[in-house]
Design a protein around this ligand. Structure first.
Ligand code: 6PG
Length: 246
């Protein structure tokens, strides 16, 4: 088999669900998070994506019926990445989730674990790794005990996910659970690394709109993009609307 043939799978890894439009996609993503939370006993961690696509998903979770049946008292909330801006900045992923969801539902404040990215990429990453390890209760991720019950990831048009951008040094980080991305624009970022993101019992990629179709086609062809290297303990589900789906 040629190298090219070896790397060109004809489908996305995991399960692919194509929804008719962005609104139905939003409802399906909210149901996915709710089902993951209800289906996982005890204290659980959910890792959220930033960006624009998931915002309506978070807003929907704050409304009935989701709000009424979500296990708010058992769930801890983490972020897959953050921009190095103040937590009330318009570009803050924490500020986005807080405005769309956390300010409207009964989440105990101790269950909200924002990335202190305003302290800078290196300090923010080190502090978040400490927070993650404290929550997890160990310094080494066990394959049979995922850190996250559910991880929601977005997909950039360049194939990035979280703040794992093409060519970033953070792509090569296999020991630390979080890394700084000082070169990110328009501001530096903090991102979870592959080891932390892969320590997920379930991962859902959320992609909507025709602008995401080319990158999804590249992923389907097996192109070497950051999002292609997410290999969670559990299953990957691609939640796409019809405009985005290859
Ligand atoms: C961020 C996200 C990033 C995002 C993609 C897609 O902080 O922006 O973590 O990875 O998910 O860039 O963004 P959209 O949903 O806005 O297209």
């Amino acid at each position: 088999m040629t190298a090219a043939a070896a790397r060109t799978p004809r489908s996305l890894p995991g399960r692919r669900i194509v929804l008719a439009d962005a609104e139905i996609l939003t409802r399906h993503a909210a149901a996915w998070l709710l089902n993951r939370a209800l289906g996982t006993p005890g204290r659980i961690a959910i890792c959220l994506s930033g960006g624009n696509t998931p915002r309506p998903v978070y807003a929907l979770l704050a409304q009935s019926p989701y709000r009424d049946c979500f296990p708010w008292d058992r769930v801890h909330w983490f972020w897959g990445d953050e921009r190095c801006v103040p937590p009330d900045h318009p570009r803050s992923n924490f500020a986005m989730v807080r405005a769309a969801l956390l300010d409207h539902v009964p989440v105990p404040p101790t269950h909200i674990h924002p990335i202190a990215a305003a302290d800078g990429p290196a300090r923010g990453a080190a502090a978040y790794e400490t927070e993650l390890k404290r929550f997890y209760g160990a310094d080494v991720l066990a394959a049979d005990r995922p850190l996250f019950a559910a991880t929601l990831l977005g997909l950039g048009e360049d194939g990035h996910t979280a703040s794992l951008f093409p060519g970033a040094a953070a792509l090569r980080e296999r020991m630390h659970w979080a890394a700084g991305v000082p070169e990110a624009k328009p501001e530096a970022r903090v991102t979870l690394t592959y080891p932390a993101l892969d320590s997920s019992a379930a991962v859902a990629f959320l992609a909507s709109g025709a602008a995401k179709r080319p990158v999804l086609e590249r992923l389907t062809r097996g192109d070497d993009l950051p999002a292609a290297h997410i290999r969670p303990a559990g299953r990957i589900t691609w939640l796409l609307d019809r405009d985005a789906a290859p």
